[in-house]
Write a protein that binds this ligand. Structure first.
Ligand code: B12
Ligand code: SF4
Length: 528
């Protein structure tokens, strides 16, 4: 049987990082079946397109995975597939919580023939076998023989055959530039950001987050050896095609067990498996100097930190009191001293937020080492404690907000401001943090650093701005470049002075493109 695994586009930006679930399920598919992958972010498709693809390729089963914000598109695509008589199984965080919606048991239209609840590592082979026999069940739950919920231990993690997977759709280097870029340094003919997981689960239970409910509070890790081997495989592939890659460790909290993280990073270094990487780590875990040393030594470049708010009352409200705004500056300094920078994520529209929350946050941000601040709105995702609290209090204004996804729009009324005011806060955050003045300030604040690091920050900020303020057309880019011309001239002039443009490698960006692209990847996390 031929199987298509499809991930819908996110409705806002092109995704530069593929979704791990597709590669994982492909690797877990029993032999005898062929699995094709289509990521709608990289390979845009509409309903007619997927129906045609399914017919032309003689697909026998379509698997669709989606987060809440993409679910409306996922349902439309599923409907189109089912209309040509091919069964659809859906999985991922949204349908796990809203299985009845996907199966049409809530009075709405049925979109999926089957739903895989929770982690599908163990259920996927069963789903494929049942589909091949034409006997799909409605619901596949990850339970053991006694009906008890069972989670994969990750000790037996499958080998994802990165050396042979078709990754064309995920190459971020334009085709026309490939031949030329292959000749630069070790080669830039391809560049990809690859998701790698080293563990699952987070026990912290922040009120707005799906993770603790979905993956459980039991934390599970792969063996160091299996992670290291995966990195070596990825590095070998990049080298083989005269290209580059960066890794996004998608663990929700990469240092949740500091001892284990240190041991993994030491093993990465010992095996020569260092690569440029990004990971999400909460601020409280970055107090440890040795951990930060190992992050830098193993290739860590950007750390995503869910700061959420600079107001302790807000943090307490969402059960994230372990974040201590008083230590944010020290944490960021500790990273910056090792040339590791942070993507700092803030949420507006929290219950203690009042008008001016964005400006108050920016005042703090300006005193920190430069990084990439991102701003989102508190979003009640289905089945989260936040959703339940707001529903009970009758505060949801769009209880099924996912049925009509609107980027950067609240679905409930904040307590101390209006919805419009919350929207204005998030806009102010982005406008100010990415203004030409803010970009110039970020570059100047690093004047003691090598040109490469300063360029790195500048380009990353430009790209982030480009994502939030749609800059699809050439003219939009020209405008932004014109607005930032002073900083650009300054960097170019310094480059000439330092000889960087005549090929003095130490002065050129440490990792310009990976950092930028990874940063781009993360900006999509701005919906809190
Ligand atoms: C990496 C990541 C991202 C990346 C992008 C996604 C990518 N390209 O990989 C970035 C950083 C850009 C991102 C952004 C966002 N993310 Co995000 N992200 C994650 C993260 C940390 C890892 C995803 C992952 O690969 N997990 C590992 C794989 C193996 O797990 P999985 O995807 O769930 O797949 C398993 C099962 O769900 C199932 N499954 C999944 N799909 C399918 C399909 C089929 C057919 C079947 C059978 C089974 C199946 O099988 C898999 C194996 O067990 C998750 C949290 C988490 N730990 O999962 C959040 C998470 C998915 N993100 C979330 C959210 C809300 C967002 C954002 C809206 C903002 C935010 N607060 O983070 C943005 C929006 C993104 C956008 N614009 O598209 C939520 C989604 C909740 C929901 N109900 O939708 C999660 C769960 C985290 C959270 N805070 O609650 N994210
Ligand atoms: S927001 Fe981060 S720290 Fe909080 S529960 Fe989710 S994954 Fe854990």
């Amino acid at each position: 049987m031929k199987i298509l695994l499809y991930n819908p586009d996110n409705g806002v930006t092109r995704n530069f990082m593929p979704h791990l679930w597709m590669f994982l399920l492909q690797a877990l598919t029993p032999s005898g079946h062929e699995v094709l992958l289509v990521d709608g972010n990289a390979q845009p498709m509409d309903e007619a397109g997927i129906a045609r693809f399914v017919r032309d390729n003689n697909i026998g089963l379509v698997g669709i995975g989606a987060m809440t914000r993409m679910i409306a598109k996922a349902y439309r695509m599923a409907d189109a597939v089912r209309a040509v008589g091919v069964p659809v199984v859906m999985g991922g965080p949204h349908v796990t919580e809203m299985a009845d919606e996907a199966l049409g048991r809530d009075g709405g239209r049925r979109h999926a023939d089957a739903v895989a609840l929770g982690e599908a590592d163990a259920t996927w082979p069963r789903i494929v076998a049942d589909a091949a026999r034409g006997q799909l069940k409605d619901v596949y739950a990850p339970v053991d023989d006694f009906g008890q919920e069972s989670k994969p231990s990750l000790k037996e993690y499958p080998v994802i055959p990165w050396q042979s997977i078709d990754l064309k759709q995920f190459n971020l280097v334009p085709k026309a530039a490939t031949a030329m870029l292959q000749k630069i340094g070790e080669g830039w003919g391809t560049f990809r950001i690859i998701p790698v997981e080293s563990g699952r689960g987070c026990p912290y239970g922040c009120e707005f987050c799906t993770v603790t409910g979905f993956f459980g509070d039991s934390i599970r890790f792969r063996t160091n050896e299996s992670v290291v081997n995966e990195l070596l495989l990825l590095k070998a592939r990049a080298r083989g095609e005269k290209g580059q890659m960066a890794v996004f460790f998608i663990d929700d909290n990469f240092a949740i067990n500091i001892k284990r993280t240190k041991s993994l990073l030491r093993d990465i270094i010992a095996a020569g498996a260092q690569c440029h990487w990004v990971a999400q780590i909460s601020a409280n875990l970055l107090r440890d100097e040795e951990l930060v040393d190992l992050i830098a030594a193993s290739g860590g470049k950007w750390i995503f930190i869910g700061m959420e708010s600079i107001d302790p009352a807000n943090l307490k409200d969402v059960n994230k009191g372990f974040n201590k705004p008083g230590e944010y500056a020290a944490v960021l300094e500790r990273l910056a001293q090792r040339n590791v920078y942070a993507i700092t994520s803030f949420i507006f529209g929290m219950d203690n937020d009042t008008v001016g929350a964005a400006e108050r946050t920016l005042e703090q941000v300006r005193t920190w080492p430069p990084g990439l601040p991102i701003f989102g709105l508190l979003t009640p995702l289905p089945a989260t404690p936040l959703y339940k609290r707001l529903e009970k209090a009758g505060r949801l204004t769009r209880p099924k907000h996912w049925q009509e996804f609107i980027p950067f729009a609240m679905a409930h009324t904040p307590l101390k401001m209006t919805i419009d005011e919350a929207h204005a806060e998030v806009k102010h955050g982005w406008d100010q943090a990415y203004s030409p003045e803010a970009l110039a300030h970020a570059v100047d604040s690093m004047k003691d650093q090598p040109l490469g690091y300063r360029l790195n920050i500048f380009i990353a900020r430009l790209c982030f701005r480009g994502i939030y303020f749609p800059m699809m057309g050439k003219m939009a880019w020209v405008k932004v470049i014109a607005q930032n011309r002073r900083t650009i001239f300054k960097l170019v002039r310094e480059g000439f002075k330092a000889g960087a443009w005549r090929g003095a490698p130490a002065r050129v960006p440490a990792v310009p493109v990976p950092a930028v692209e990874a940063a781009e990847a993360i900006v999509q996390g701005a919906e809190g």
